[in-house]
Ligand binder design. Structure first.
Ligand SMILES: [Zn+2]
Length: 297
């Protein structure tokens, strides 16, 4: 027992003296890395809860739609039955309908109340993430000014995998990710990618080799498409600034996280799309988790 705790203490001391992965970085850069890893660790549990509340909201949306459909169907059926019926029959139908709807309406208001509470919870969770992201932004901003973008590969190294379309995590810094692919968006649009929450000015990374082309537009703001091999494309939107353009390798910095375009005033994030055949996106969530996490350090 004593031997085990002595070994444990030795391990802890060694870990303090030699933080994981920071061996190659000079002291100042290692400090930056430690602070960013701390932010990532703090964001981890909130991210998990944020994902859970999103899944519960989707479930409730589905339940609400089902109840609403049943209510509408019952009302239509009653209206049709009343047509041409005498007063007594109409009264009976109206009573029957009221009886039938009482339970459905109670369920509907319960679902709506729960949805409201979940939305409030999600606002709280986002505010929690925002606090850590603000701190991460201060660290990133100072570090970029002090050490320059060239040091970023040592401060937050992004491993490049050997196989698959997507080979590198698209952000080089603390991140939080919920699968919002397919979510409805204003104007009847559908969310064709994932939003990766990350601090303002976090370097944005090419997920594969290709040609990085700026494609500024109203929705995406400052945005980049990387044209990969075959018809593969990846799309990176809401940047605050561009990085390297033209021919790039997986792992190169092609921009910096912001909230330009229709994300103005909203939480900083990278909108990321994976288009294997150059047109519609497919859900990148699982691959992003493989590349970026589950947690670092
Ligand atoms: Zn988005």
């Amino acid at each position: 027992m004593r031997r085990t705790s002595a070994l444990l203490a030795l391990g802890v001391a060694a870990a303090l003296l030699h933080p994981t992965g920071a061996a190659a970085a000079p002291a100042g850069e290692a400090g930056v890395r430690r602070r960013l890893l701390a932010a990532q660790r703090a964001m981890g549990p909130i991210t998990v809860e944020h994902r859970r509340s999103y899944a519960r909201i989707l479930f409730l949306e589905d339940r609400i739609a089902r109840v609403e459909r049943r209510i509408a169907r019952a009302r239509t059926t009653a209206r049709e039955a009343m047509r041409g019926a005498d007063t007594v029959t109409r009264t009976w139908i109206a009573w029957g309908l009221a009886d039938l709807l009482a339970g459905e309406l109670a369920a509907l208001s319960a679902h709506r109340r729960d949805r409201l509470a979940l939305r409030a919870l999600r606002r709280e969770q986002r505010e929690g993430l925002r606090v850590h992201m603000r701190e991460a932004h201060r660290v990133i901003h100072d570090a970029l000014a002090r050490f320059g973008p060239a040091a970023w590969g040592r401060i937050w190294p992004v491993p490049v995998r050997s196989g698959g379309d997507l080979r590198a995590c698209p952000v080089a810094g603390p991140w939080s990710l919920t699968d919002t692919y397919g979510a409805p968006r204003p104007g009847g649009r559908i969310h064709d990618g994932n939003d990766i929450l990350a601090a303002w000015e976090t370097p944005v990374i090419a997920a594969h080799d290709g040609l990085a082309v700026p494609v500024p537009n109203e929705l995406g703001g400052r945005a980049v498409i990387v044209h990969g091999p075959g018809r593969l494309e990846t799309y990176y939107a809401h940047l605050t600034a561009y990085g390297r353009t033209g021919p790039v390798r997986a792992g190169d910095v092609i921009g910096y996280v912001g909230n330009s375009g229709n994300a103005r005033g909203r939480i900083h994030h990278l909108h990321f799309e994976w288009r294997p055949a150059g047109d519609d996106g497919i859900d990148p969530f699982r691959r992003l988790i493989e590349l970026c996490g589950p947690s670092r350090g």
